[in-house]
Ligand binder design. Sequence first.
Ligand SMILES: [Zn+2]
Length: 344
Amino acid sequence: MITRPPFEFGGTSVAAGTRAVVELALPRLNSQALMSMSVHVLHGRKDGPVMFISAAIHGDELNGVEIVRRILATKLLGRLGGTLIAIPVVNGYGLSQHSRYLPDRRDLNRSFPGSESGSLASRLAHLFMSRIVSRSSVGIDFHTGSGHRTNLPQIRADLDDPQTEALARSFGVPVMLNAPLRAGSMRGSAGELGTRILLYEAGEALRFDELAIRAGVAGVFGVLRSLDMLPPSTRKSTSYREPYVARSSRWERAPQSGILRARVVPGARVERGEVLGHVHDPAVSEHAPILARSAGLVIGRLELPVVHEGDAVFHIARFNDDMADVEENVDSFHLDHGDLLLLD
Ligand SMILES: [Zn+2]
């Protein structure tokens, strides 16, 4: 039997059927402390695609960090075919400061493809592109809502590409959004190299969300199976349903400044004209309703109860499908991942 050649990465040779942690050197902290990006390389015994999973490109978005940790701890990866590159923390500078940004206040996910001689963000983006994205045919990047907003677990991807769409479906969350490639984002730059990217958006920054984490772990295994990097599941899934693709989405905004009282949760189905919440003047009892301009599903919500007029509060996705089917799909998703809070 011919052994599969090793995977050469960052000066380390990873033999087939083994794994290694490679530290990619990053610019030092200004204190001179060394910085690196820890990259876990799992090189399967059998041939197959190279896929990466990455978290905390935005340093305060933590659900993905836990998703990667749980995936790396599973025994199932002993049966891996192909090569999995896992980066639990891309932006360690931001993580240590509880910040979305880099110390230069730039957004890493607006700094791709980056350059060797650019800003700190640009250099980090360049390293990530040249070492990881360029080696991979598929990548899954983990994000959460920003600015005190939480997201219902959802996949954002270029769904006009049939292969990306098939990967997105295999992730198995109830809602998918066809997201155009954004200039400066990792997803946009990866597309130019031919690397297909799924963006998993779930939960809130600086918090763990158990449903979002469990669904993320299951989603990665779904994608690995669809790529034949793992054998098919032996567990019978009884409630799996096809995800629904949102036709469009928009934010309903605060009509005045004040204190927010929300009436609907992420995952709720809403009717056109429904009251989603109220904004109160803190001193008097006057309040203004926030109304849904269309029927749809709440896929994101502001969790901070103080708002200025115009703040984005409820993210509503619209579908061409029957909303009762979409709602049922979300309910069974919650049950699948053991979210007992929604059982009552
Ligand atoms: Zn993000």
